[in-house]
Design a protein around this ligand. Sequence first.
Ligand code: ZN
Ligand code: MN
Length: 489
Amino acid sequence: MKNGWEAIIGMEIHAQLATETKIFCPCAASFGDEPNANTCPVCLGLPGALPVLNERVVDLGAKAALALGLNINETSIFSRKNYFYPDLPKGYQISQYDKPFSSNGTLTILTAERDETGRAGDWKPLKIRIERMHLEEDAGKNVHEGLPEVDKYSYIDLNRAGTPLGEIVTAPDFRSSWQAYDYVNHVRRVLQWIGASDADMEKGNLRCEANVSVRKIGEKEFRTKVELKNLNSVRFMQKAIEFEIERQIAAHEAGEIVNQETRLWDEKNQQTRIMRSKEDAHDYRYFPEPDLQPLVISNEFIAQVKSEMPELPDAMLKRFMRDYDLSFADASQLVSEKDLAEFYERTAMASNNPRASANWILSELTRELNNADKTASASPVSAENLAELIKFVDEEKISGKQAKEVLIEMFQNGKTARELVKEKGLEQVSDTGAIEKIVDEIIEKNQNQVDAYRNGKEGLFGFFVGQAMKASNGKANPKVVNEILKKKL
Ligand code: ZN
Ligand code: MN
């Protein structure tokens, strides 16, 4: 960082846990329904309605906590976080405060700085501390209509009120915007991978906030931090952090005061701008929720969740590099999605050629999937059928070029490699007897060229190969043709 400054960044992620129903009532937690269709006395906050904890929230929360390297606490307490807002009809949010569901985590992520073109430098492990992940309910949504400053109408949609969230808070361990970027992507992928959250930022079921400050390298104290909110994508978040670092350094160097405030990212003007000052720091007057029992988690339950945990992407990446001799770049791409990683592994097993399987999937199949806007799990070509095609090439039944054409047809009409090779009569002739016969005929028919070749005109070899391929209608295995020609000439 320039002139001896360093950035200090801490991250907060709210991830919606992928339950069917809300955290304290049986209303659907689905997205995109008619406003206020999924509500009941509990999530509307009507007097006397009592919350009941959804067990599935605990299951998914436990999975998420363990996958992110957190420790699940034996006892956690739900607390009321009191504040007034129109989308919060109870006047408080049920959250967790001094006794959270999980805490004291360490997580190792892979991270790289990017150059101006977005190209990543060396990927390095970075260990970060995750302070906690607590469970809480989401608030509803205010929808404003009219001018941006003076709303003509405001509506309240409480479908989201009471959907379950895991709030994941890190220590201020990031030193660059790209580290924060790689962290959020890591968390997103892990949560999707284990099925704990859809983690789709567009649907708002993963939201992130960054706390950013800067200080001179060597300083022990933190300087005033700014909170960045309403970041609609990971890339916008990265840009907002980058802008904020530069803004704060410039302010400190000019002797100006950096105020504690909440800022937004303005994508149109490529800058952060103030949303509200933090001078009126909230006092939420947390106190234990009297309508819910403490949440007690047994060791048996934790052991059970651990035993059901799938292999996580970083472990799979290492294993692919080690067992299948793949490059970091190829293995990373294959583990970018769970479906793709599993598809790869099935192909590699069935074809017995992990290297070629990676090449076929990352080039030919990925291109077809992208064109059809499909993911690996919806591929019309199954892993087993792709493996069969790879084997045909390995056994020299068809050429690599032919195989590429066959794959496109397999993708389009769902036929197997075997069916198409047979239908199109592609199978290469590797039968030496048949090829010898062809070669003999060619030698007999082209005596002049044979004499010239034998007298040193070696360039004619290609002519004989061409003749043999033509006589076999292109089906002869070129390698076998070469060998036999060399022998006979
Ligand atoms: Zn409800
Ligand atoms: Mn929260």
